[in-house]
Design a protein around this ligand. Structure first.
Ligand code: GDP
Ligand code: MG
Length: 267
């Protein structure tokens, strides 16, 4: 455990143990009282209904996020939160990014999914600590999950932390994790209009990455229209176009990261 994790009041993970075959750590933040959703229909006698008190939850999250931000600032860590729908290419882009940067700067990764440590295994390489946060039914990472993930990682000298959020174009937009930059990915296989349909995810992003441009023409994807939609939904964001498969556009993306690393962590 890392004794200087963001909050000493942060509850310890229900389970935090190294996977037997590699150095990937799994931090299980599932709520044991959560039950898997059942098909809709009449409530059975004796079942209970959960009512989410969203405002209070978000206030609490914002406080935790501030603690995380302070933790990152003290350690001079630059933290990127990657958000997108499932399958937009977050893990693949991170794989390419880590390959390119691991020799230059000390990196770490927190990756969230409902189940499995598949992405953590894909991202792990010697010298790059990775923790998989398994959320059970929760469709986003929140600031306290990040604090628990941080506590499971050796963070000495880590300068750049990537957070791969749970794949979801809605909920992660509401949860500040204390990150320096939020990066929204949208792929050429999702259609041109996703930025217009899911505005909060794009209006809250510092950068938008259009991914899988290698398959744009095969998908008859209208890139000009998609870029126009991105600019309308995220006029504040820097926009990148990449293919993690062919490598096209990766240089510009990596230049953006290197520039971030040259800036003080509070920016
Ligand atoms: N053609 C193509 N496929 C990609 C690219 N990036 C990711 N993929 C594929 O898209 C699928 C989902 O990618 P993944 O990185 O797991 O997405 P995530 O769920 O956002 O982490 C995988 O089959 C990847 O191989 C890309 O740049 N080009
Ligand atoms: Mg992934």
């Amino acid at each position: 455990m890392n004794s200087s994790s963001p909050s000493s009041s942060t509850p310890q993970p229900a389970s935090s143990h190294p996977a037997p075959s590699d150095d990937v750590v799994t931090v299980d933040v599932r709520d044991p009282t959560d039950t898997p959703p059942a098909p809709p229909g009449d409530m059975l006698p004796g079942t209970t209904r959960r009512v989410a008190v969203e405002m209070r939850l978000l206030d609490q999250n914002d406080r935790r996020a501030e603690e995380n931000r302070e933790f990152f600032r003290r350690r001079n860590m630059c933290v990127l939160n990657l958000v997108s729908s499932p399958g937009a290419g977050k893990t693949t882009l991170l794989q390419r990014t880590i390959e390119a940067l691991a020799a230059e700067v000390r990196l770490a990764v927190l990756v969230g999914d409902l189940e499995t440590a598949n992405d953590a295994r894909r991202l792990h390489r010697p010298g790059v600590p990775v923790a998989q946060i398994t959320t059970g039914g929760t469709c986003h990472l929140d600031a306290s999950m990040i604090a628990r993930g941080l506590a499971a990682l050796p963070l000495d000298q880590v300068r750049l932390l990537f957070i791969e959020n749970v794949g979801n174009l809605v909920c992660p937009a509401s949860f500040d994790l204390g990150e320096n930059r939020r990066i929204a990915l949208v792929s050429c296989t999702e259609g041109e209009d996703k930025p217009l349909k899911y505005p909060p995810m794009f209006s809250s992003a510092h950068a938008v990455v259009l991914t899988k441009i290698d398959v744009a023409s095969a998908m008859e994807f209208d890139r000009a229209m998609a870029l126009d939609n991105i600019r309308r939904a995220a006029p504040q964001a820097e926009v990148f176009q990449v293919s993690a498969r062919s490598g096209e556009g990766l240089d510009t993306w990596l230049a953006y990261l290197r520039k971030l690393l040259r800036a003080p962590s509070s920016e």
